[in-house]
Design a protein around this ligand. Structure first.
Ligand code: ATP
Ligand code: MG
Length: 171
């Protein structure tokens, strides 16, 4: 049985250091199930880059991931604050939305370096932080097509190869 109507297709680029797979996200429950499968792999120092146009489901995924990581507070979108921080058992989890970032220098005022070094960072609109994102970030590319179908491409490079198995169908 597939979970929550979620269908997945493996679509690998044949390179040992880089793989990708597509996850279809037809419902919020499928987004939640996807986040629950990513969460156990996150460690302090990890960065998850949430790419995708407006309204493609980045915040919905981030919220589900934060809950899966143990956040119990409300999770507002950091649309205007640019950053919402959470403490889960002493681990700092930072949820950035950089859409309104005026310049990469503003990242320093937000405590960007410490957030990335010590904690787990989830970053919406990571393109705004060009040159400031670690090259080993886990990249998730959300999309909403003209038929209203939602999906996410997982770009698993380096150590993120270990999550490739979550892209396998669960029959
Ligand atoms: N998998 C899904 N199935 C159905 N609806 C979804 C799904 N993911 C997100 N949504 C809905 O789509 C809308 C936009 O989602 P969300 O706010 O997460 O987008 P976003 O990518 O963060 O947008 P922005 O770029 O403005 O921050 C919300 O109403 C959300 O509930
Ligand atoms: Mg958002």
């Amino acid at each position: 049985m597939r979970k929550d109507g979620e269908r997945e297709t493996r679509n690998e680029k044949r390179d040992d250091s880089y793989s990708s797979f597509l996850v279809l996200l037809p419902s919020l429950s499928s987004t939640q199930a996807f986040a629950q499968r990513i969460a156990p792999h996150l460690r302090q120092g990890d960065v998850v880059a949430l790419q995708g146009d407006l309204g493609t489901g980045k915040t919905a995924f981030a919220r589900a991931l934060l809950y899966a990581l143990g956040v119990t507070d409300d999770v507002p979108s950091p649309t205007f604050t640019l950053l919402q921080s959470y403490d889960v058992n002493g681990v700092l989890i930072s949820h950035f939305d950089l859409y309104r970032l005026k310049s990469p220098d503003e990242l320093d005022e937000l405590g960007w370096e410490d957030a990335l070094a010590d904690g787990i960072a989830l970053v919406e609109w990571p393109e705004r932080a060009v040159g400031r994102l670690p090259t080993d970030s886990l990249v998730l590319r959300f999309a909403l097509d003209e038929k209203g179908e939602r999906s996410c491409v997982v770009e698993a490079q380096g150590k993120w190869q270990e999550i490739m198995h979550i892209g396998c169908s669960q029959e």
